[in-house]
Design a binder for this molecule. Structure first.
Ligand SMILES: *Cc1c(COP(=O)(O)O)cnc(C)c1O
Length: 433
């Protein structure tokens, strides 16, 4: 009945995540509160790891795309599960360093890495930098030379695949700020140029065709396009590509109608395409990387709010306001994203009202659920919004100077704070009189 099978209802009619009563968590830690089910997070990591072992002879590595949810605890968990890490900024890289993440499994992304970020990446010994453009290619080479190292690099390629998803998060096509294009020869030329540089080693190619994708086909097509490109690089430049990174983007269930693909099925299908294209093009089967973010962390997280004012505007709509909103979950205001919610303190009640759950920020678009069926809510109820483990905390802001919520991790019925709730003093911390 819930979008994620780690959720259940106990004898008190409370929503339970893993083995933890969400009403008790709300009482103990206050609201709004992010709750992360560590056990589900780990289970999701293992799906990728096991599928690579089963369908690709273990010749690959899943990198957790940390932008989905990045903090020291989560980086440590991903490391313990044997995953690598995809970071896209100096801040994410710094978090990984502080978490003691093995740097030889860290891949550094971004479409406009600053010189400082490049220096931090090269100095800390990240495994690969995924190069987006010619400017940073030169800068990486220069920095590596200065440090006396040879930096392994991959190139972010736009394979020209239209993955049917929201426009703002569709990135595989030519009109994208990310990467270099295949169809106009840009990708080929930059790699040819990179081969002449002394302090970088071209080790792989990368693509990421979008996010919240529900079909296997665009991934298979991307894999085929990339393998043919690898074939072209060998034929025309004599370059043997060792690694193929196919990015992330695997869809998850936010609402009942979402129908995600089983992730191991995706890996099975893509593995077949890679192997068959490798043999057709007479190139070796590459080491594969993939970068799941949302599909690992989103289902493992929920957000708990306390219901405040309720406005039933006759013949218009019913607003239920909660003590958080776009500050902790900006996905509705950014993308019109949909969520499911449960009245955590009377979880089995029927869904017989249509309501709009609004936040407390000074924006009319500050909405969490719009005109969705929900249980009858009363002032003081605990409302759980589901599948908020990705792109919520990581995209949170202090708009209206509202402190960001804490994150509590639960595992086997135990709970602990992994990110503290911000205080008003945190809010003014950097203000200078
Ligand atoms: C955002 C992103 C990911 C993760 O995407 P999900 O949809 O969260 O799986 C992986 N790789 C790159 C390059 C990205 O930009």
């Amino acid at each position: 009945m819930f979008v994620s099978d780690n959720l259940s209802i106990n004898e008190k009619n409370h929503l339970v995540i893993g083995k933890s009563d969400t009403v008790k968590l709300a009482e103990k830690y206050g609201t709004p509160l992010y709750v992360l089910d560590d056990d589900l997070f780990r289970k999701n990591c293992r799906i990728y790891k096991q599928a690579i072992e089963k369908f690709y002879e273990g010749n690959g590595l899943a990198l957790y795309a940390s932008k989905a949810l990045c903090c020291i605890h989560v980086c440590k968990t991903a490391a313990e599960e044997g995953l690598g890490l995809d970071v896209v900024s100096g801040g994410e890289l710094y978090t990984a360093i502080k978490a003691g993440f093995p740097m030889d499994k860290v891949y550094f992304h971004g479409n406009n890495k600053t010189p400082d970020e490049i220096e931090l990446a090269v100095k800390s010994g990240v495994s690969h930098i995924i190069v987006d453009n010619i400017y940073e290619l030169e800068k990486i080479n220069e920095t590596a030379k200065h440090e006396g190292v040879i930096q392994k690099i991959m190139f972010r390629i736009k394979p020209g695949i239209d993955a049917h998803t929201h426009d703002f998060i569709r990135t595989g096509q030519i009109d994208s700020k990310f990467g270099v294009a295949l169809e106009n020869g840009e990708a080929f030329e930059i790699i040819k140029h990179a081969m002449k540089l002394e302090n970088v080693k071209v080790d792989g190619v990368h693509c990421h065709i979008g996010s919240q994708i529900f079909d296997i086909d665009p991934f298979c097509l991307a894999a085929e396009v990339m393998m043919n490109f690898i074939g072209d690089l060998k034929d025309k430049l004599g370059l043997e590509i060792e690694k193929l990174n196919l990015g992330g983007g695997f869809g998850i269930k936010y609402v009942e109608s979402d129908d995600p693909i089983p992730y191991d099925k995706y890996i099975q299908s893509v593995s077949e395409v890679i192997k068959s294209t490798a043999s057709k093009r007479n190139v070796k089967v590459p080491f594969i990387l993939m970068e799941p973010g949302r599909s690992i962390s989103a289902p493992a997280g929920i957000t708990l709010y306390t219901v405040g004012g309720i406005k039933d505007i006759k013949n218009v709509r019913k607003y239920v306001s909660v003590d958080g909103g776009m500050g902790d979950n900006p996905r509705y205001i950014l993308y019109g994203s949909k969520y499911s919610a449960v009245a955590a303190n009377h979880a089995s009640d029927p869904y017989d009202e249509v309501v709009t759950v609004a936040g407390k920020c000074c924006e009319s678009g500050d909405i969490i659920l719009e005109n969705e069926k929900l249980q009858k809510l009363n002032v003081g109820d605990t409302l759980a919004v589901l599948a908020t483990g990705a792109y919520n905390y990581s995209m949170a802001s202090n708009y209206n100077r509202i402190p960001r919520p804490a994150i509590v991790a639960v595992s086997d019925g135990n709970d602990k704070i992994i990110v503290k709730r911000e205080t008003y003093d945190d809010i003014i911390m950097n203000d200078v009189e």
